[in-house]
Write a protein that binds this ligand. Structure first.
Ligand SMILES: [Zn+2]
Length: 166
């Protein structure tokens, strides 16, 4: 089921509602222009509640299966972009009343929120900086180089310390 484009988070929170559904691929234009090829709709689930201070709280997650270019072999690699969020929804007027620094604020200009735009923002923020195939699936022939770098990563500073003691 497609998610509504415009929502009233306050109204949904007063009813302790939950929205679950899909975000059509054609609503993810900004993400598609970030060199990600989108094959299926994104999926999201969002719960709306009123917190103890009376603010609207939005908790949820959004995920998308997509393809990006492997930076090693330059072929497509399947990636999963996922984001979990907890946000306090507020207007510009009541922003000054808010003092919970542990939860990020989501400032709304009007009473309605463009849910599709918001979820696409979350996915863009969760985009991996670079994408690679797993070493054995990558067609690039630098296997050995990748193995060496993995080897270095798994050797922690304590390995070096133990060598010094000998
Ligand atoms: Zn690759």
């Amino acid at each position: 089921m497609p998610l509504p484009a415009q929502i009233d988070p306050r109204k949904l929170a007063l009813a302790s509602s939950e929205l679950a559904g899909e975000l059509p691929a054609n609503r993810l234009c900004r993400l598609a222009s970030a060199e990600v090829s989108i094959k299926e709709p994104a999926r999201a689930i969002i719960a709306f509640n009123i917190d103890e201070s009376g603010f609207t709280l939005m908790t949820g997650s959004v995920s998308l299966q997509a393809a990006a270019q492997c930076q090693r072999c330059l072929n497509d690699v399947d990636i999963c972009i996922e984001s979990e969020f907890t946000l306090t929804v507020m207007s510009k007027e009541n922003e000054c009343l808010w003092n919970d620094k542990l939860i990020d604020p989501l400032i709304m200009e009007k009473g309605t929120l463009d849910l599709h735009h918001f979820l696409e923002d979350e996915l863009i923020l969760a985009l991996p900086i670079v994408s690679y195939h797993e070493t054995e699936k990558c067609t690039h022939n630098l296997y050995k180089l990748a193995d060496i770098s993995n080897y270095c990563v798994t050797r922690g500073p304590f390995d070096i310390l133990s060598q010094l003691k000998i």
